[in-house]
Design a protein around this ligand. Structure first.
Ligand SMILES: Nc1ncnc2c1ncn2[C@@H]1O[C@H](COP(=O)(O)OP(=O)(O)OP(=O)(O)O)[C@@H](O)[C@H]1O
Ligand SMILES: [Mg+2]
Length: 398
């Protein structure tokens, strides 16, 4: 018996899929931006968990590097959002870019020690935020010695000038999981970054900002600066649409000499609703579990209970276990009647919770990344098919 090739599917986080479905227009737009370094372009990528945001960012980076752009990237976490930490991290990224740019032959050859001057300035700024506690202390505010917006504008200008002198086409700041960053009352963080980027771009300097995160990122940005909707091209990613969902499932197998029965493809697409992570997950399980060269509907039926129970335990349950009893009541209320979303009024009717209890509960569920508000007055699950999972699980109170 000949050995079967390894599974081509890539269920995971940010793992490059064998067939990138339904992202052609996003990539085409981005390539146009790369062709116009001095023109202000920024990209805001959002979408629910596992929809393929990080994968798209990785493709952006590949294209950018292939056309001589210099990239610094960072995945943000809750701990990074304290104002002083935020400032230090952004400055560290700018310093990193400046170091790389200073090594460029054209910068080295430039008159006036351009590279060294920029590094001195950035190094100094960076140090000035070290050990600075600009957080709240029981309601009393310790003096912030610096204004981050001024400092960032100055720092980013230097990087932009270096970049314009260098052999690089431009510089990209690529920030993933950025929904965690919110403007804290009274402290400049997000708005300082946006103002700095807008200022250098108005000068025609080749800096491009890519922000990416779960949908609350939209509200965070809009709240911090009123002009954000004009500053970014919004790439709102969704599930793969037909026929790209089909291609994402069957092309990788076909490329390695295996096919699917049409009815098996249809069944998988029905279960996954085109959700990229699930397509990779099902594809992988079917590839490994089906004995023949053709993956059949019978294989699907045989393997589906296992697939679902692994997904329940690994994907869904970890989300569920992070919730309190009251939050669970609300989640189950949303999931009632085949629902993947519900209106606040429906949730209220189904749970009997008064508004002053329901609203904070919803707020915590949004903070935990379990639900979001697709439109005013509506609440929906961030994970596709989470409602179906809750209905399978049952309305227990544990
Ligand atoms: N366009 C696509 N076509 C096929 N599969 C994809 C596509 N995009 C992503 N995937 C697959 O989906 C999974 C999730 O991708 P990724 O980690 O990029 O999602 P994400 O939106 O960044 O998730 P999170 O919000 O958790 O960070 C991976 O297994 C990846 O291989
Ligand atoms: Mg991601």
């Amino acid at each position: 018996m000949t050995e079967r090739p390894r599974s081509p599917y890539r269920p995971g986080m940010g793992t490059d899929p064998p067939y990138l479905g339904d992202r052609r227009s996003q990539l085409e737009r981005f390539r146009e931006y790369l062709d116009e370094p001095g023109v202000p372009h920024n990209v805001l990528v959002t979408g629910l968990r596992g929809v393929g945001k990080t994968v798209l960012l990785n493709r952006y980076s590949d294209d950018a590097e292939a056309t001589d752009w210099l990239i610094v990237d960072r995945e943000w976490s809750e701990a990074d959002t304290e104002p002083a930490t935020f400032a230090q991290l952004i400055l560290a990224d700018l310093l990193h870019l400046a170091r790389r740019l200073s090594l460029s032959e054209r910068v080295k050859a430039a008159a006036g020690g351009l590279g060294k001057a920029a590094l001195d300035l950035l190094g100094g700024l960076s140090v000035s935020y070290e050990g600075v506690d600009i957080g709240y202390q029981r309601g009393e505010r310790r003096a912030a010695p610096r204004r981050l917006d001024d400092d960032l504008r100055q720092a980013l200008s230097r990087v932009g000038e270096l970049c314009a002198t260098s052999d690089y086409a431009g510089c990209i700041l690529r920030y993933d999981e950025f929904h965690v960053v919110e403007e804290k009352k009274g402290w400049l963080t997000l708005s300082a970054l946006l103002a700095a980027v807008a200022a250098v771009q108005q000068r025609g300097l080749p800096i491009l900002l890519i922000l990416c995160g779960l949908p609350p990122i939209l509200e965070n940005l809009a709240r911090s600066k009123s002009y954000t909707e004009r500053m970014f091209t919004l790439e709102h990613l969704g599930n793969l649409r037909p026929p790209e969902d089909r291609a994402a499932l069957s092309d990788p197998a076909r490329a390695l000499g295996r096919d699917y029965e049409e009815a098996a493809v249809a069944a998988v697409l029905r279960d996954t609703a085109g959700y990229p992570y699930f397509i990779q997950f099902y594809g992988d399980a079917l590839w490994r579990g089906a004995p023949g060269d053709t993956i059949t509907l019978a294989d699907y039926h045989r393997l589906r209970p296992d697939i679902q129970s692994v997904l329940d335990r690994s994907f869904f349950e970890s989300r569920y276990l992070r919730t309190t009893a009251r939050e669970r009541t609300v989640l189950h209320a949303i999931a009632r009647h085949q629902g993947e979303e519900a209106s606040v009024r429906e949730i209220q009717e189904r749970t009997g919770l008064p508004n002053n209890v329901l609203q904070p509960t919803l707020w915590y569920l949004v903070r935990k990344g379990l639900v979001y508000r697709p439109t005013r007055g509506k609440v929906a699950f961030t994970a596709p098919l989470f409602g179906a999972y809750l209905r399978r699980r049952g309305d227990d109170a544990d």
